[in-house]
Every structure is written in structure tokens, then in C-alpha cells.
Design a protein around this ligand. Sequence first.
Ligand code: TYM
Length: 338
Amino acid sequence: MADEVKKRVFSGVQPTGKVTLGNYLGAIRNWTPLQQQYDCLFCVVDLHSLTVEQVPAELRKNTFELTALYIACGLDPARSTLFIQSHVHEHAELAWILDTVTYVGELGRMTQFKDKSRKHADNINMGLMNYPVLMASDILLYQAELVPVGKDQVQHVELTRDIAQRFNARYSDTFAVPQCLLSKAGASIKSLQDPTAKMSKSDPNENAVITLTDDADAVRRKLRRAVTDSDTSANCVRHSADKPGVSNLLNIYSLCSGVSVEQAERTFEGKGYGVFKDAVADAVISVLQPIQAEQKRLLADKAYIESVLRQGAEQASHIAQKTLAKVYRKVGLVPKIR
Ligand code: TYM
């Protein structure tokens, strides 16, 4: 009974390329503690990945690897529903209905659409534009009230709220109106090469991004090359708006070591960037290594991953069917004759 009153949480990551430290610190890591308090669904959003061209075999492989990563990061299939988006067909069906209450102008204004259109100028497909509607469908299908994401997804969650409110106003109360949950320091982890831009999976410069599969040498090499500044003063390791590279490294250090930014500034006083960067590397490596070992162990047991996904899809479908039936009824579609 207690489960029925728990607020619902929904979030997801695309199985596109390699998961980054930004995905981990901005999203996945913040999901684990929520499992104790909320009814959580965590999804591998494979349909979203199709908005940019994928190699089919790699997409399948990434989907399994991301599921194993979720579990390795502490998502517990006994507590949370872990599933693949395309296993629950209601996501795509609800997206169609939500399309009819979403304006082309709204979608054209989305920052991510504009960015991706620039990056993939030869493939500005309708899916890229519709992406936020499918995301709204993911969230609204489960009546989720809380959506833990990084800063770059806030605009999409705000659009989801607008769509939910518009639908509710037109067809009577149907959807819970969700809210973003943002972590303070991890909400936007920046590129190591351009600390004014976010760390992104699709960055062609591999030195800009730490991935969750990077080994210790790669992490250390990338952090040593991270862009800082030419400050040589005793307190050069300082969190400040005019030091975006150093501030980003301090955030990463703090999140991975558990030491506060202020404490870290004191620890590294009088020490140069070389010592600091090595300490950041040690902290990141100590977070990544146990996750990597656990992911490897899980991937060796495909039957287990499949059983998690089977159960997850069943649990998710149960909720999704109810919402979609309600929506179809509200908009005036005739129920299937049995
Ligand atoms: P995706 O796969 O791009 O990113 C997954 C999560 O990681 C966060 N993130 C970051 N956080 C901090 N710093 C960064 N540099 C960084 N890069 C990425 C993202 O904000 C996200 O939370 N559209 C979503 C996936 C999605 C979804 C949903 C999320 C589909 N349906 C429903 C929530 C609810 C996305 O592109 O994620």
C-alpha cells in the first residue's frame, strides 16, 4: 500500500556512444539515493538515439552496456523499474497524441534542436525536431512528478510541463505536471578542452571528454591536458567565474572525492595545477574503477540483464497501458471492440 503514495520519478539516458562523466555526475549518480524514497523508473531511451544516425549493431550493444552500467552505478532492479524504451510501445503512441497539442514553433525554439541541427546539417530529420515530444511522452506516461536531469535537459522538462498543462486544460485533468530535479554542482560538467561548453558524448575531441569506460591512464592523460589558465599565484586553484576550467575541475574533484570545494581550495593552496590535476585524476579513477569492474561482471551474465529488462518492461507496460487508455478515451478515440 505504501508504494501507492510514493511520488514517481522518471529519467533516462540515450544509448548513444559512450556514457560520459557528465552523464554520471549530472544524472545517473543522483538517481541512486532517490530509490529509497520514490517509485523510480529508469529507462534506456533507445528510440531517442535514432534521431542521429546509428550503426544498428552498435546501438544494440550500447543498449545492453548501458543497462549493465545502470546496475553497476547502484540502480537496484529490485527497487526500481529498469527498462528499454522501445519495449513499451505506448511511448511512441502517446508521443503522437502529444504531437497534436505541441506547436512547431515551440519545438523550433529548443536549444538542443538548434545545436543538433547545426551539427547534423545533412540530417535534420523530423525525429530530431520531435525529440522533446517523445521525452514528454516518457515522463507523462508514468505520471512522474520528479525528473532528475542535468541542466541541458531543463528546457525539455519545461516544455513537458507546458504540454501536460495544455492537455489537462483541453481534456480535463489527466497528467501529473512534472518538476526537474537538478544536482547543484554536477548539473553541468564542462568539456575539459573548452570549459564554456558542456562535456558531450558527441564531442569529436576525445581529450575533452572522460567516459565511464576510460582506464586510469586515459583519465590521467586527459586531466593533465585539461584547459586551465596561466595563473601562477599561490591560490590559483580557486572556484571563480573568471576561471571556468579550474572551477570545472574543482567541481569534478569535489563530487568524486566528497571533499567540499572550499576545503579543496585550502588543500591545494600553494600547489600548482600539476599536483591538483593529478589529485582530480586519482579521485575520478577511484569512482570509475569499481563501476567498471561491476559492469564487466554483469555483462558476462547476459541472462541476468535480460531478466531485469523483461521484468522492467512488464512493470512499465502495466502503468503505461493505463495512462494511454485514459488518454485515448479523453481525446475521443473508440476503445478496441473485444
Ligand atoms: P542524454 O543521454 O543526452 O544525457 C543523459 C543525462 O545526462 C545529463 N548530462 C549532463 N549533466 C551534467 N553535465 C553534462 N555535461 C551532461 N551531459 C549530459 C543530461 O542532462 C541527462 O539528464 N533527452 C535526454 C534523455 C531522455 C530523458 C527522458 C531524460 C529521454 N527521455 C525523460 C529524462 C526524462 C537526454 O538527451 O539525455
